[in-house]
Design a protein around this ligand. Structure first.
Ligand code: GUN
Length: 286
C-alpha cells in the first residue's frame, strides 16, 4: 500500500528555510528580496496561481510588486515594462505568468527577462545552463519534483525513470535533473507506442501531460514512486491529476496527491529561486 507524499508539509519546510534566509539577507543588505509578478489578462486559473505565488512571497517576508496588464496590451508595452524591471535594482526576480494572450509572442517575452532575474528558469541562458551543468536558475516544478523524490529517501542512482510529457517547463528539464542523479531516463509523449509497458518498467514515474486518468494501477511497477504533475478539472469541476490515484496508490510505494502534491512545492521552489536571483544580482553588483 503506497504512502501519500504531503507536498504541502514539505513546501512549508522549504518556505520556512527561505523565510530564515530572507531575514538574514535583510540584515546583511539592508533590504529584502523583491519578486515582481506580471499578470496579463483575466484568466481565472492564472489569477489564482499568481495570487498563491504572491501570498507565499509575503509569507517568507519578501517584498512583492504585482503588475496587472489588460488582455489587449501590446507586446511593446509588456516588453517596455520588463526592460524597466530588468534595470530596477530593487527588483530581484521577475515572473511573467503564462500563458499570454495570442497577440503576444511568449518566446520574445521570455527572452526579454534578464537571465539573472528569471525566477522561472525559462530564459534560453538558464535552459542552456541546466543542460551544460552551469550555475543557473532551475525551473520550479522540476526542482520541486526532485526535492519530493529525495524527501522519501529514494536514491535515483541506477533507477529506471519514465517522464510522461515533453514540455519545456516540466518534462524536458525534469528528465535532465533525473539524469544528473544517475537515473536511466526515458521520455514518453503523445506518439509513444504502448505507454503501459514503458510505465511498468519505471521505478520512478513522473506524469506531466494534462490528461485526467491517463495512468492507472495496471500501468504501475509495484513499489514505484509516482509523481503526478497534472492539474485537471474533472466533470464535477474537482481538481485532479493525470494519475488515477485510487487504483495507483495500492501498487506504488509513494504517490503525490492532486491537489497538495507538486503544486505547493512548485511555489516553494519559486521562493528559493528568488533567493538565488538575489544572490546573482548582488554578485554582479547590480
Ligand atoms: N503557467 C503555468 N505554469 C507556469 C510557471 O511555472 N511559470 C509561469 N510564469 N507561468 C506558468
Amino acid at each position: 500500500m503506497g504512502d501519500v507524499i504531503d507536498g504541502k508539509a514539505l513546501s512549508l519546510v522549504v518556505k520556512e528555510d527561505v523565510k530564515r534566509q530572507v531575514a538574514e539577507l535583510e540584515k546583511c543588505f539592508g533590504r529584502k528580496p523583491c519578486l515582481a509578478v506580471i499578470l496579463v489578462g483575466d484568466d481565472a486559473a492564472s489569477r489564482t496561481y499568481v495570487g498563491n505565488k504572491l501570498k507565499a512571497a509575503t509569507y517568507t517576508g519578501m517584498d512583492t510588486l504585482f503588475i496587472e496588464l489588460p488582455t489587449n496590451v501590446t507586446e511593446r508595452v509588456l516588453l517596455d515594462k520588463i526592460v524597466e524591471l530588468n534595470k530596477n535594482s530593487a527588483i530581484d526576480g521577475i515572473l511573467v505568468q503564462l500563458p499570454l494572450p495570442k497577440n503576444i509572442n511568449e518566446a520574445t517575452i521570455i527572452d526579454a527577462v534578464s537571465p539573472e532575474k528569471d525566477v522561472d528558469g525559462f530564459h534560453p541562458k538558464n535552459v542552456a545552463g541546466l543542460w551544460l551543468e552551469k550555475d543557473c536558475i532551475i525551473p520550479c516544478t522540476p526542482a520541486g519534483i526532485i526535492r519530493i523524490i529525495e524527501s522519501v529517501g529514494c536514491d535515483l542512482n541506477g533507477k529506471n525513470a519514465l517522464v510522461v510529457g515533453r514540455s519545456n517547463i516540466v518534462g524536458k528539464p525534469v528528465a535532465k535533473l533525473l539524469m544528473d542523479r544517475n537515473a536511466t531516463v526515458a521520455i514518453a509523449h503523445s506518439h509513444t507506442v504502448n505507454l503501459g509497458s514503458l510505465c511498468r518498467m519505471a521505478d520512478v514515474l513522473v506524469v506531466a501531460v494534462g490528461k485526467e486518468g491517463l495512468i492507472d494501477g495496471t500501468m504501475i511497477k509495484p513499489g514505484a514512486v509516482v509523481i503526478d504533475v497534472g492539474m485537471n478539472r474533472n466533470v464535477s469541476g474537482k481538481l485532479c491529476g493525470d494519475v488515477d490515484f485510487e487504483s495507483v496508490k495500492p501498487i506504488a510505494s509513494w504517490i503525490t496527491p492532486v491537489p497538495g502534491g507538486v503544486g505547493p512545492m512548485t511555489i516553494a521552489m519559486l521562493m528559493n529561486n528568488v533567493l538565488h536571483c538575489f544572490q546573482l544580482c548582488n554578485q554582479k553588483g547590480n
